[in-house]
Write a protein that binds this ligand. Structure first.
Ligand code: B3K
Ligand code: ZN
Length: 883
């Protein structure tokens, strides 16, 4: 065990800063051996803070060269400096603090602070990376106007960027170049950015609704210039959308995006200088899958939307992270829905939420959308804060309706522009603008865990009434033994023989105004409640949680026949998909029981019949059919099992048996659709083509799973594909269902053809990480030695090790524990070089309590990690909370 364990920080201990910074002047002298950072901070005691508290600045891995107050240099007895702070006891009310620090970005492998990636300098400051650059009040509620000077060798670093506007650009007497940037908007230091490198750019312009012409630039390495169009286009569409839907305009004359190879996350919304992981901005048909194109569009939009929800109005402290992230994810999801298919987007998001966020809620790291404590804030950039946070905003949108929600967001931006605020401020703005009381609704921010809704119904033929009885509960989570009822918007419909029924809720005025009153949002806000529908002429099938109106688990005793009805006829696309999932899940679980009892798998023919109907249903768009035909993932199925009972091997065998049976039973139709859906036009990342490819490749997957004769289709497709989506789908079919003789040459061929394209090679790693044969662990280990692998590059680590551990459950949970040891070793080696990545990778091990027959082995690996000396706070927090 480490000697001093890092302590927790609590929301309840928040206090406003004792000092403020009006202006921050930074001067970077960038060098190969060392970089000097000269800072002039215009500080003053906060008028709200009485007393003479000392000035305490945060700093990490810094070498302090000099420190001065106003015109005096301080002697060592006038300040204290330790591993993570600089303290000056006596300072005036208002003064300029001058420091010089020496840092070595070239040795910074944590990818936080100022570091180097492929020869270029770049920064990542959120959440607390700025303290690795210079001593500062590194907290989001300290907002300053930044002026940044950068001096560098112009031959190595022809491009020198920071936030805001370029004020000066000159060559100095010694031949070095010096630029001066100024950002007029006060900002917290987590939004600071600097880039210096040998980059090329593509440019474009956008004219705002007020007529301001904004210059848009996307900086990349020269070889990547042909991969910029999609991101640029997405940016312009995001800018327009935010004007139209939220009335939000861009506020500077320049907006830059820079692509970097080594990046811990997807992208970062630094003011006017967004920095992106190359994997989230570059697009080309040969290197980017269809899903990749959609992800780039969503992330470009997300970062752009942060300019208002995050930058103009920022967070008071990191407990409020969901204020900007939940809201911005909601905004980007709505943008994507407007750009493409709303239902498909919703289904994709819900699928992630139910598989991964629900697992987080049920695991040892469960926390509310607004956490109450943390050891390492980087561990709280979670699905709960982001995705569940977005669901919370979506519920407010549902409860208020679009107009009042917009009024609420207008008020929020108007009231808090230029401020650092809290989730509470957001909710209050929504209340004030709408007149709705969100008092009890606030529990979504403070209570962790996934609520469970139990529904049963009663039909009274004589009274023509139909009643839904609803009860809610929420399991205990760490530190929260019991929960109070949530406010749950439960969207419902009733499906009758001839379609969805018109709804009349007892006690409500009939709604004569809308024709379409087949949809209703019931507000569930008590532990038990009943809702009566009147004038119901037949016993309907309830269509529940339409559009996934709340992030809850729903339990209603549907028969398989009812699921088939909903899946083919309901007028809510989400419910159709969800019913298909439920049906498939039931069938798989039944096969699991058969296999567990030592019987052969007998797959209910109902499923294949339903699939046949879907394949022939021309009223559905192909993308939707593909979603509906996709069986629930092994991870989702494991998440459905009771704690301690998830049997990975059984789940995997049962799922495979069901897939093969459906593939076999519907082979004729799959083949027919496979042929019909072939695209003859050149590749386009249009919704239409993406949907066609998705369904076509799904047909291929079922066929290859059912019968190896169909691998011939995959071989042909692999040879003929003009895009990586089809190429990879074929390669996966060969690798997942074929023998070594089927996949070894195509894998080799892929490597040779795309050797120079690192993003394509990452996909090549992933395919091999996901092959579920018994040699998977050894193969992953071998690939970690491959010349194309780089343990310092997060994209590569995620593509190989991350994909293996998180998406190949069968082999990760190998009986002998080899998968756990592999992950343990990787985490151990990343613990020092890149703690953020180390702790991300560790997540699958922390869920050890779920798995039958594996828990002890998993726990043993965690114990081994716990005993290591010098665990980073990141890894320490996960290990200690999960044991
Ligand atoms: N705000 C950044 C995430 C920063 C993560 C720091 N560990 C990206 C985003 O959500 O837009
Ligand atoms: Zn974000």
């Amino acid at each position: 065990m480490r000697e001093a364990n890092p302590g927790a920080i609590y929301l309840k201990d928040y206090s406003a800063p004792a000092f403020l910074i009006n202006r921050t002047e930074l001067h970077f002298e960038l060098g190969e051996e060392e970089t000097l950072v000269h800072a002039r901070l215009h500080l003053l005691r906060s008028p709200e803070h009485a007393g003479q508290a000392p000035l305490e600045l945060q700093g990490q891995n810094l070498e302090l060269v000099s420190v001065g107050v106003d015109f005096d240099e301080l002697s060592p007895d006038q300040y204290r400096v330790d591993e993570d702070s600089l303290v000056i006891d006596k300072v005036p009310e208002q003064f300029v603090l001058k420091t010089t620090t020496r840092i070595r970005p070239q040795d910074n492998t944590s990818l936080e602070g100022l570091y180097k990636s492929s020869g270029m300098f770049c920064t990542q400051c959120e959440a607390e990376g700025f303290r690795k650059i210079t001593y500062y009040l590194d907290r989001p509620d300290v907002m300053a106007v930044f002026t940044v000077t950068i001096t560098a060798d112009p031959a190595r670093y022809p491009v020198l960027l920071s936030n805001g506007n370029l004020l000066d650009d000159k060559i100095l007497a010694d031949g070095r170049r010096e630029v001066l940037w100024h950002d007029p908007f006060p900002k917290p230091c987590y939004l600071f950015a600097l880039v210096a490198g040998d980059l090329q750019y593509v440019e474009d312009t956008f004219t705002t609704m007020s007529g301001r012409e904004v210059s848009l630039n996307l900086y990349v390495e020269e070889k990547d210039l042909p991969k910029c169009d999609h991101a640029m286009d997405s940016l312009k569409r995001s800018m327009r959308w935010d004007e139209e839907v939220y009335g939000r305009m861009y506020d500077l004359d320049i907006f830059n995006i820079v692509a970097v190879d080594d990046f811990n996350m997807g992208a970062m919304e630094n003011k006017s200088l967004n920095i992106f992981n190359t994997s989230c901005v570059l697009c080309h048909p040969d290197t980017t899958t269809d899903a990749g194109y959609q992800r780039v569009e969503a992330i470009v939009a997300h970062e752009y939307f942060h300019n208002w929800s995050g930058n103009r109005v920022t967070c008071r402290d990191w407990f409020q992270l969901s204020l900007k992230e939940g809201f911005t994810v909601f905004r980007d999801a709505e943008f994507s829905s407007d750009m493409g298919s709303r239902t498909v987007k919703r289904v994709e998001d819900v699928s992630v939420l139910r598989t991964a966020q629900f697992a987080e809620d049920a695991g040892p790291m469960a926390h509310p959308v607004r956490p109450e404590s943390y050891i390492e804030i980087n561990n709280f950039y979670t699905l709960t804060v982001y995705e569940k946070g977005a669901e919370v905003v979506r519920m407010i949108h549902t409860l208020l309706g679009p107009e009042l929600f917009r009024a609420g967001s207008d008020l929020y931006f108007r009231r808090h522009d230029g401020q650092a605020v809290t989730c509470e401020d957001f909710v209050r703005a929504m209340e004030d603008a709408s007149g709705c009381d969100l008092g009890q609704f606030r529990r979504w921010y403070s209570q962790a865990g996934t609520p469970e809704l139990r529904v049963f119904d009663e039909y009274d033929e004589d009274a023509r009434t139909y009643t839904l009885h609803v009860s809610q509960s929420c399991p205990a989570t760490p530190g929260q033994a019991s929960k109070e009822p949530f406010v749950i918007p439960l969207a419902v419909g009733l499906l009758g023989d001839a379609g969805n029924l018109r709804l009349q809720v007892a006690g409500e005025e009939p709604d004569y105004e809308t024709d379409d009153n087949t949809h209703r949002v019931l507000v569930v806000d008590q532990a038990e409640q009943s809702f009566v529908f009147t004038d119901v002429g037949e016993h309907p099938i309830p269509s529940l949680l339409r559009g996934f109106s709340a992030p809850v688990k729903l339990d209603y005793p549907y028969s398989r026949g009812q699921l088939c009805e909903l899946m083919s006829r309901d007028d809510d696309g989400f419910v159709r998909w969800d019913s298909a999932q439920s049906l498939a899940r039931r069938v798989i679980e039944e096969v699991q029981q058969q296999l567990a009892a030592g019987q052969a798998a007998r797959v209910d023919v109902l499923l294949a019949q339903a699939c046949e109907r879907l394949l022939g249903d021309s009223s559905l768009e192909p993308a939707m059919v593909a979603e509906m035909l996709t069986l629930p993932s092994e991870n989702y199925l494991a998440e459905q099992a009771k704690e301690g009972e998830a049997d990975v091997e059984l789940i995997s065998r049962a799922r495979a048996a069901v897939k093969a049976a459906v593939g076999e039973a519907c082979a004729g139709l799959f083949l027919q659709r496979y042929e019909e859906l072939a695209i003859t036009e050149p590749y386009a990342a249009s919704g239409e083509q993406i949907g066609q490819r998705a369904l076509r490749n799904l047909c291929l997957d079922y066929l290859a799973c059912a019968n190896s004769d169909y691998l011939a289709l995959a071989r042909d497709q692999f040879g003929a594909a003009d895009n990586i989506t089809d190429r990879l789908a074929a390669l996966r079919a060969l690798a997942f269902y074929g023998a070594e003789s089927d996949w070894s040459k195509p894998l080799q061929r892929f490597l040779e053809d795309w050797r120079g394209e690192t993003l394509a090679i990452n996909q090549w790693f992933t395919v091999q990480a996901l092959m579920s044969d018994s040699g998977a662990v050894e193969r992953v280990r071998e690939l970690m030695q491959h010349p194309a692998f780089d343990p310092r590059n997060p994209n590569k680590v995620r593509a190989l090790v991350g994909a293996f551990c998180a998406q190949n459950p069968r082999q990760f949970h190998r009986e002998d524990g080899a998968g756990y040891r592999l992950l343990g070793e990787v985490v151990e080696s990343l613990n020092h070089s890149n703690p953020q990545l180390a702790s991300r990778m560790l997540t699958p091990l922390t869920r050890w309590r779920r798995y039958r027959g594996r828990a002890e082995l998993m726990r043993a690996e965690l114990e081994r990690l716990a005993a290591l000396p010098d665990l980073s706070p990141d890894v320490y927090e996960l290990v200690s909370k999960s044991l």
